[in-house]
Design a protein around this ligand. Structure first.
Ligand code: FES
Length: 229
């Protein structure tokens, strides 16, 4: 376990530096990350083809320091496919594979924003960034805060943005009773129908004597009728 946690910490440290460009607008690098939404809506509007086209142009032009990353849904599917370029955070909406050449030439090579692909806000003004849109201004993403910033198919990117940190804390810094206290305080419940409190289930199980323990649930109600040590 120590070994595994040590590996996770190393990945987090190294990868986090490499991915600072995704969250820090002033990272001071020549590098560009082209984030292309690969959520269901954008995928059905050809975002895989956009990714493929960007990669081909970058290869053909032999561009260094430019990466193409597939991301999860940005939450504005009606304006998809969505492309965001970091670190400047420029947000392009309703992009088609035919727009890739212009984005690379104008934005990446010449440093000029492709105005026609910027998204119109409800007052008709064009938004440079996703967060400038009225739709986003009052939102604070919590569980999905990294959606659109990381490639969901790369576990290292998840770890870089604090993935498994709670597990690390539980294993290294908390006692079993402290963990159960937290779960009880959270109010977490089972979803089998009875809504049995998870913390209570864990506490009952912990207090039973024996090395191996079995929680036997009532199939209809989902509550732990018997706990055996
Ligand atoms: S699927 Fe692309 S923004 Fe939702």
């Amino acid at each position: 376990m120590e070994n595994t946690l040590e590996k996770i910490r190393k990945i987090r440290e190294l990868k986090r530096k490499e991915l600072d460009i995704r969250v820090n607008d002033n990272v001071g690098t020549k590098e560009k990350h082209i984030l292309v939404c690969h959520g269901t809506g954008c995928t059905s509007s050809k975002s895989p083809k956009i990714i493929e086209t960007f990669k081909k142009i970058i290869k053909d032009k032999n561009l260094k320091d430019v990466r193409v990353i597939q991301t999860g849904c940005f939450g504005l599917c009606a304006k998809g496919p969505i492309v965001i370029i970091r670190p400047e955070d420029t947000f392009y909406a309703m992009v088609s594979p035919d727009d890739c050449e212009e984005i690379i030439q104008s934005h990446i090579i010449e440093g000029k924003v492709v105005e026609r692909l910027l998204c119109k806000d409800i007052d008709g003004t064009k938004a440079q960034k996703l967060d400038d849109l009225t739709f986003y201004k009052k939102q604070k993403r919590i569980a999905l805060k990294n959606c659109g910033k990381i490639d969901p198919e790369q576990i290292e990117e998840y770890i870089a943005f604090d993935g498994y940190k709670a597990l690390e804390k539980v294993l290294l810094q908390m006692t079993p009773d402290e963990v159960i206290d937290e779960i009880e305080k959270s109010g977490l419940r089972g979803r089998g129908g009875a809504g049995f409190p998870t913390g209570k289930k864990w506490r009952l199980t912990k207090n039973v004597e024996g090395k191996q323990k079995y929680v036997v649930c009532n199939a209809d109600e989902g509550d732990p009728r018997s706990i055996y040590g």
